[in-house]
Design a protein around this ligand. Structure first.
Ligand code: GLC
Length: 403
């Protein structure tokens, strides 16, 4: 069923297509990723001592926002409280917070100020599960519902806090409704929408809400969806994780999401002092340069029925079709199954226009460079005689547009 109010609320998000996820918390200190408390069985008192070493002297969310903007990202989602229970803000219902422990700062207040003053859309991540509570660890049998009541009460109180104290919140990004079925998700989301009427809510509290969240995977849905991805293999900072995706791979992910009508939420795990890892900054800079030339293929992109499946992805945005070429074929770019007449074909990186040859649904774009014009994917902008139409059923990711 078409929900007009929901479509309106999603309009900016669909246009944005590219956002930054930030996992920052006590776990940055150990540098083993955000599951260290769980996997390493760190005793609570020891974890609290770790929290007392979490004093990120270079924490500067204005700089983060600048880096995200420069990368072409249009929204940012930051962890307010992960599964370890440590609040990155001033929670009145917990003592395990950044304001009460050594850092003595409300990181979310500073993040919100940075986003709002730069016109950056702001999302807040909140983990429902808090491993410090009875019954919350995964390896114990399901307990009676009353056992979880204090954790559920905390969640309701804290969601209220983060949606009350930091001005406009554009996205509420839940995680880990474990155990399932105890969270009173409808009630929680009704409160969220009352506090922030335009808010977008993800599907991880146990109700579908506004968008799906495939994780480290691209799984197009008929409704709004956003793939969240690590830039290496870990969400929180992990010193030993050197498996960084290249700028090319990141653009591949972004283009794949856009061509399936979805968003990419790309993660950064800041170092304990609050700075982004150099590897992340380098890649974001390269992606940003690419976006400045080719962003028209990404912002507001929908799947395109006209595409060049042998060469890469196709998107449809702003009335144009964009061929995002991953495998540059040489001076002639051929494609097929195009039911439109192609009026113009322009290579975005050089501005060159092709000589177009078309026979029925087959198209050859002649006169482009023999060798790949960029080390990163090259984008060709097609002007067609109308709405793009495929001459045969679509290929690629399929048609995921809403009906
Ligand atoms: C998972 C993980 C978590 C990460 C998240 C991001 O649920 O538990 O550490 O925050 O996914 O999608």
């Amino acid at each position: 069923m078409k929900d007009h109010a929901q479509n309106d609320r999603l309009a900016w998000w669909r246009e944005a297509r590219f956002g930054m996820f930030i996992h920052f918390g006590v776990y940055a200190v150990s540098g083993h990723g955000e599951w260290d408390y769980y996997y390493e069985h760190i005793p609570q008192d020891e974890y609290v001592r770790l929290a007392d070493r979490f004093v990120p002297e270079h924490y500067n969310p204005r700089e983060w926002v600048r880096i995200a903007q420069d990368a072409g990202m249009r929204y940012m989602v930051m962890v307010t409280r992960h599964h370890d229970g440590f609040c990155m803000y001033d929670s009145k219902v917990s003592d395990f917070t950044s304001t009460k422990r050594a850092a003595k700062r409300d990181f979310i207040a500073e993040f919100a100020e940075a986003c709002h003053s730069a016109g950056m859309r702001m999302g807040l991540y909140y983990s429902l599960v808090d491993w410090r509570f009875p019954g919350a660890l995964f390896n114990i049998p399901r307990q009676p519902d009353e056992v979880y009541a204090p954790m559920v009460e905390q969640a309701h109180a804290q969601v209220r806090e983060i949606l009350t104290n930091y001005g406009k919140v554009d996205i509420l990004w839940y995680d880990m409704a474990v155990p399932a079925g105890v969270w009173r998700a409808e009630e929680l989301n009704a409160m969220a929408r009352e506090l922030q009427p335009d808010i977008l809510i993800n599907n991880r509290a146990g109700t579908p809400e506004d968008f799906g969240t495939p994780e480290n995977a691209i799984v197009p849905e008929k409704r709004a969806w956003e793939a969240c991805y690590t830039m290496n293999e870990t969400w929180g900072y992990a010193e030993g994780d050197r498996n960084w995706k290249s700028a090319n791979q990141l653009i591949y992910l972004l283009a794949t999401c856009a061509s399936g009508g979805g968003n990419l939420l790309l993660n950064v795990g800041p170092e304990p002092d609050g700075r982004f890892p150099r590897e992340a900054v380098d890649r974001l800079r390269q992606v940003g340069a690419w976006m400045r030339t080719n962003g028209a293929a990404i912002y507001g992109a929908q799947p395109s029925p006209v595409t060049a499946p042998a060469l890469g992805w196709g998107t449809y945005a702003g009335g144009k079709v964009y061929l995002i070429i991953l495998r540059w074929p040489g001076s002639t770019v051929p494609f097929a199954w195009c039911a439109n007449k192609v009026l113009k074909a322009k290579l975005l990186i050089t501005g060159e226009e092709a000589r177009i040859e078309q026979k029925g649904d087959r198209v050859w774009l002649h006169g482009f460079p023999e060798y790949p014009p960029d080390n990163l994917p090259s984008v060709i902008e097609l002007t067609l005689d109308g709405e793009p139409k495929a001459a045969v059923p679509s290929f690629g990711l399929g048609d995921t547009r809403e009906t």
